[in-house]
Design a binder for this molecule. Structure first.
Ligand code: SF4
Length: 128
């Protein structure tokens, strides 16, 4: 199983993200979790952010065991915001994991991502 993580900083304006240090977070994720990479984008639901997400989802076309984890706003909001990209790319929805990273420090975000990865590695756990 390969894991790619994208973290959204919600334009750097939302107070829900002020407890996280987005400059050090990608390195911490890559150091402490078994992921291919972690990137931070300022607005994944914007035009450029959608293109980044689309590129990542398309790059997983030949990697059927790849999970793409997006840490951003709540899972329901993410599925709504990213519905068009998911539909356009045909990326399997079960391999797209939305994690709410609001109101968390870097350690809290790491814990949420770790929990999602562990549950996804276990076939008995629901992925969303
Ligand atoms: S994807 Fe969610 S967290 Fe990111 S900018 Fe859009 S609303 Fe904010």
């Amino acid at each position: 199983m390969r894991v790619k993580t994208l973290i959204c900083n919600c334009k750097g304006l939302s107070t829900s993200f002020e407890n996280a240090d987005m400059n050090t977070l990608p390195f911490k994720i890559e150091s402490e979790l078994d992921v291919d990479y972690a990137i931070v984008h300022p607005q994944l639901c914007g035009i450029a952010g959608n293109k980044v997400l689309e590129d990542v989802l398309r790059s997983a076309d030949d990697e059927p065991d790849t999970l793409v984890i997006v840490g951003a706003c709540g899972p329901d909001a993410q599925l709504r915001l990213f519905e068009r990209v998911l539909r356009k790319t045909g990326f399997p929805q079960g391999s797209f994991l939305a994690v709410d990273v609001r109101d968390a420090t870097n350690e809290g975000i790491l814990a949420r991502l770790r929990d999602k990865i562990e549950k996804s590695a276990c076939p008995d756990e629901k992925r969303r």
